[in-house]
Design a protein around this ligand. Structure first.
Ligand SMILES: Cc1cc2nc3c(=O)[nH]c(=O)nc-3n(C[C@H](O)[C@H](O)[C@H](O)COP(=O)(O)O)c2cc1C
Length: 157
């Protein structure tokens, strides 16, 4: 994944380096600008078994700030925000790899450095007892739950 570049960013930013599970890293530029979840929309994506994006809907594209071509074939961690503790993603992967559904509140990073909160439901796509990939649907999160996560997540690092 490419490092984020200052000319993509809207507003004042802080630089972080994210270290990913596979050992790679990425320089990201993060602002405090929130994009509200679009009322009545569902943000949908599908991945292969390693979390690489294979499909995404128009709401996903719009909210991410990327072009569709920049998202397809990229790891889902292209949206990873530094405020979400790795333990949350470990729980997601452990749950999905057991063949179960995972729900959680996630803050996602946009291409322009801003963020948006979502309530994610992710499920394994199982055919003939074999996991083919994963589907995730994001709904508008309850503001109360988001406020709880804003307090809880920093304690999980
Ligand atoms: C179906 C599915 C949906 C995911 N959705 C997101 C997401 O919206 N935002 C995110 O940061 N990571 C999401 N992930 C988790 C990423 O694959 C990845 O684990 C995470 O960004 C942390 O990066 P790392 O595991 O490489 O350290 C999703 C994974 C799957 C399988």
């Amino acid at each position: 994944m490419n490092d984020m570049q200052p000319d993509q960013i809207v507003g004042e930013y802080v630089e972080h380096t994210l270290n990913f599970y596979d050992g790679s890293s990425r320089k990201i530029l993060v602002t405090e600008i929130e994009t509200e979840f679009p009322k009545g929309c569902l943000i949908v994506s599908r991945t292969d078994t390693s979390g690489v994006i294979t499909h995404c809907n128009e709401s996903f594209v719009k909210m991410s700030g990327y072009a569709r071509e920049e998202l397809i074939d990229q790891p889902h961690s292209i949206l990873r925000h530094p405020d979400i503790p790795p333990a949350a993603f470990a729980d997601l992967w452990n749950t999905l790899e057991k063949g179960e559904k995972w729900n959680g509140y996630v803050k996602n990073l946009r291409k322009d450095g801003g963020y948006y909160w979502v309530y994610v439901t992710a499920i394994p796509n199982i055919r003939n007892s074999v996991t083919q990939g994963y589907t995730s649907v994001r709904r508008e999160p309850s503001r109360k739950k988001v406020e709880e996560c804003i307090k809880l997540y920093p304690t999980m690092f």
